[in-house]
Design a protein around this ligand. Structure first.
Ligand SMILES: [Zn+2]
Length: 217
């Protein structure tokens, strides 16, 4: 059992690194066979996540952590709406849809997300100063608005492998799961169910298992 507050490994934290950044923020809530985990709890977590996603934020405060967590919960709520997500373990603590929308819009206005102009001694310059945590938050929120509404892009999906709480963009029609690990777990679970069904049926009919059946564990 993983205790609350235990430091999770970097490998576990940055799940599905190829997903768009808003989905990566949603997936800072992840699960293993023991529990659902939150990879975004501390300033260090947030600084690490921002760096891993290629955003820049500079030093972050506890308030920034709260703001990113609020946006994360709002995005998970809206993702659940979009994907008809029935997974109880994946449910966002923020359930109110209007508040979720408001949270995204508030985050989107938290800082500049576009290149800015600067006037210096009558010269026009491009201001490439990293925008800080507010700008990073606004960037994620703005990208999320596009992701959640663009009907032409690949659809957002919930992964229905047993115990999984992740979301992914279904970039290929045959992609059924968030990862090969989840796909393998589903196949193993189906295989186990089939074997159990076969055993139950053969026990009920009094017949023996097929001679080719490998010795049960
Ligand atoms: Zn999965």
């Amino acid at each position: 059992m993983v205790a609350a507050g235990e430091v999770v490994s970097a490998e576990a934290v940055w799940v599905l690194p190829d997903e768009p950044v808003p989905v990566r923020l949603m997936n800072t809530v992840w699960a293993d066979r023991h529990a659902v985990h939150d990879a975004l709890r501390t300033r260090q977590d947030l600084a690490g996540w921002v760096a891993a996603t290629g955003l820049t934020a500079g030093p972050v405060t506890d308030g920034d952590v709260e703001a990113f967590r609020r946006l994360r919960d709002a995005l998970r709520r809206l993702a659940a709406l979009l994907t008809d997500d029935p997974r109880p373990a994946a449910a966002s603590p923020l359930q109110d849809l209007a508040r979720a929308v408001e949270t995204v819009n508030h985050a989107a206005s938290a800082g500049p997300t576009n290149p800015r102009l600067r006037l210096r001694a009558s010269q026009l310059q491009r201001d490439d100063t990293p925008g800080g945590p507010g700008a990073a938050l606004a960037t994620v929120a703005s990208q999320a608005v596009v992701l959640l509404t663009d009907a032409t892009s690949a659809p957002l999906s919930a992964c229905h492998a047993p115990g999984c709480v992740l979301y992914f963009v279904k970039d290929h029609p045959r992609r059924g799961w968030c990862s090969t690990a989840c796909g393998n777990r589903v196949r193993a679970a189906r295989h186990y169910q089939r074997r159990r069904f076969e055993r139950t049926t053969s026990a009920a009919t009094g017949s023996r298992a097929a001679p080719t059946d490998p010795t049960p564990r």
